[in-house]
Design a binder for this molecule. Structure first.
Ligand SMILES: [Zn+2]
Length: 201
């Protein structure tokens, strides 16, 4: 993990090698921009050359064993000797548009914690308030979110909100939104119909 100044494989070599093997439709990145954008999340930030099979476990310094990931994805990536795992993981997370990846992950985290999507929460709040979703509402939500973000921090050593923080920002935004429309939040849903399933099942 971390920077390895002694990797000889260049960014160009890794792109040239993999662009002939992997279809870009399966990735968050276009091959034309794969020398500057992370292959998992598509962000353009601090690209690192990462071993597919870790060098500590015998992985070679060759294009076939190198992918390009941002620091954040590098930390989250698999570190195992089966080379298929890295690509399974990268492909499983692909998104069609740049700059949407981490937002989607934050929304997924919200859904994981609260068992309901952010979009559904917004819809239910507005339905209860008898308000139709339009540009004014959209701007209101954005303004609230902006305000809420001032109350969110970044972990030491990170340069980003982690997914739990992003889920928290969604939750805090929804609370304020509900309050704005005088709706009690969390909403009383028919939880009786859906018994809580533990996360590990
Ligand atoms: Zn990334």
């Amino acid at each position: 993990m971390g920077k390895r100044d002694n990797i000889k494989t260049t960014i160009r070599q890794a792109v040239d090698y993999w662009s002939k093997i992997v279809d870009e439709c399966e990735l968050s990145v276009d091959w034309a921009e794969a020398d500057t954008h992370c292959w998992r999340c598509g962000c353009e930030k601090g690209l690192e050359r990462c071993h597919i099979i870790p060098d500590s476990l015998g992985g070679e310094d060759s294009p076939s064993n190198i992918v390009l990931l941002c620091k954040r994805c590098h930390i989250d990536g698999p570190n195992v000797t089966d080379p298929e795992i890295m690509w399974d993981w990268i492909k499983a997370y692909s998104v069609p548009f740049y700059n949407t990846f981490w937002g989607i992950l934050g929304a997924k985290e919200y859904e994981f914690v609260y068992k309901k999507s952010v979009a559904q929460e917004i819809k239910d709040i507005l339905d209860l308030a008898g308000v139709r979703y339009d540009e004014t509402v959209e701007k209101n939500i954005k303004d609230i979110q902006y305000e809420v973000m001032a109350n969110a921090g970044i972990h030491f050593g990170h340069t980003y909100f982690n997914t739990a923080t992003m889920a928290g920002i969604h939750r805090m935004t929804l609370k304020k939104l509900a309050n704005c429309y005088r709706v009690v939040f969390p909403l009383c849903t028919d939880q009786k119909d859906e018994p809580k399933v533990p996360w590990w099942l």
